[in-house]
Each structure stands twice: as structure tokens, then as C-alpha cells.
Design a protein around this ligand. Structure first.
Ligand SMILES: Nc1ncnc2c1ncn2[C@@H]1O[C@H](COP(=O)(O)OP(=O)(O)OP(=O)(O)O)[C@@H](O)[C@H]1O
Ligand SMILES: [Mg+2]
Length: 189
């Protein structure tokens, strides 16, 4: 699984990884939209609300019927794939300054921008991954300032056991606080 806050680079990295490993690539966002696995629409955020029970059942079918490895791309992947089916969870992390630029370029503003930046700073996806799958299966990767190919290479090395898989590698809260810039990122919405 490849997870992380919106804009960290999950889709770009997962697609490239899947083609290198000859694995099946599943984007939860595409699956939910294509098969209408939704329970409603979040008007305040302008997004569809995934029906996680239906997505979980569908993921179970997909994994069971796949002859090769499956790479699941989505920030809530850990909530819709059974832990026993999970080999590794890669949590991509991006420096909040970089992430803010990416999000703004993608048109994120107001609540959507501040809520997602806060989620990155407060390690929400990492926490979800460790809670769901245990820290042994979770690998955190700092993608800040790195090329996609480098990140994909790191993931392959970790899958092969040639690079150590770790959690607790970034501390955005401490970094921003040290720079006196936390208020620029954690705003009420
Ligand atoms: N390593 C990288 N270096 C520079 N830019 C990158 C890198 N990875 C991704 N990007 C760019 O960042 C943007 C966001 O990437 P991407 O769409 O893969 O993120 P995502 O995590 O899948 O987001 P979402 O959760 O919204 O689907 C894209 O414009 C992509 O081209
Ligand atoms: Mg994506």
C-alpha cells in the first residue's frame, strides 16, 4: 500500500512502482468513482464520501483474484485492506512548505488546504497505518526534494530487504516550531 496526505505523490510513485514490479495498480479514488462505491457527497469539501464497507469487500475480491502483487494507492488504504493481506505500507511524507505549494497549485484552498496540511504535520496517515497494521509493516519515506525515480528505487530496496524500513523519520511539528513558522501552517478553518 502507498498512503499519505493528498499531494505527497502517491499516485505518481505507485504507478511507476507497479510498472517496474509488473504489479496490478489500484487507485482507490478511481475505483470508488468508477464503481460508485460511495455513501454520499461531502459538500463542504467538494469530494465523494467512500463507502468503506463496500470498498473493503471489493478490495478483498480484487486481491483474491489477482495473480500478481497488488499496489493500492490511497490515503485511506489501511482502512479497506485486511491486515493479513498487507505486505508493506509505504507512508510518503512531504515537507509542509513543499506540500503547501503543491496543494495550492492544485487549487486547494481554505478548509481543504488547512485541514490537509494539518493532517501532514500531525502524522495522521502514519498514525492510521501503524494503528491498523502495526509498525513492523510500515515504512515511512520522506519524499521532500526527491525525484520520483529515487523514491521508487528506495521502495524497491525496502521490499527486497536491502534498505531499512523505519517509522518516526520526520518531525514537521518540531521543525516548524523551531523555525517559528508553525502559525503559518496550523490555522483555524
Ligand atoms: N517526487 C516528486 N517530485 C516532484 N513532484 C512530484 C513528485 N511526486 C509527485 N509530484 C507531483 O506532485 C503532484 C501530486 O502528486 P500525486 O498526484 O501523485 O499525489 P497524490 O498523493 O496521489 O495526491 P492525491 O491524494 O490527491 O491523489 C503532482 O503534480 C506530481 O506531478
Ligand atoms: Mg493520487
Amino acid at each position: 500500500m502507498v498512503t499519505g496526505t493528498p499531494g505527497v505523490g502517491k499516485t505518481t510513485v505507485s504507478r511507476s512502482l507497479a510498472s517496474k514490479l509488473d504489479a496490478v495498480y489500484i487507485s482507490l479514488a478511481e475505483l470508488v468513482e468508477r464503481e460508485r462505491l460511495i455513501s454520499g457527497v461531502d459538500k463542504a469539501r467538494g469530494t465523494l464520501i467512500a463507502d468503506t464497507d463496500r470498498v473493503s469487500k471489493r478490495m478483498q475480491e480484487i486481491i483474491k483474484s489477482s495473480e500478481c502483487d497488488v499496489i493500492v494507492d490511497g490515503h485511506y488504504a489501511v482502512d479497506v485492506v485486511a491486515t493479513k493481506d498487507v505486505h508493506r505500507v509505504f507512508v510518503l511524507r512531504r515537507d509542509p512548505s513543499e506540500l503547501k505549494n503543491i496543494m495550492e497549485n492544485r487549487g486547494f484552498k481554505e478548509r481543504k488546504l488547512w485541514e490537509n496540511l494539518a493532517a501532514e504535520i500531525l502524522d495522521v496517515c502514519l498514525w492510521d497505518a501503524v494503528s491498523a497494521c502495526g509498525s513492523d509493516k510500515v515504512c515511512e519515506i520522506d519524499v521532500s526534494g526527491r525525484r520520483i525515480e529515487e523514491v521508487v528505487e528506495d521502495i524497491i530496496l525496502m521490499l527486497e530487504g536491502r534498505k531499512k524500513c523505519r517509522v518516526g523519520i520526520v518531525d514537521w511539528l518540531g521543525k516548524l516550531e523551531g523555525e517559528g513558522r508553525l502559525h503559518e501552517f496550523l490555522r483555524p478553518f
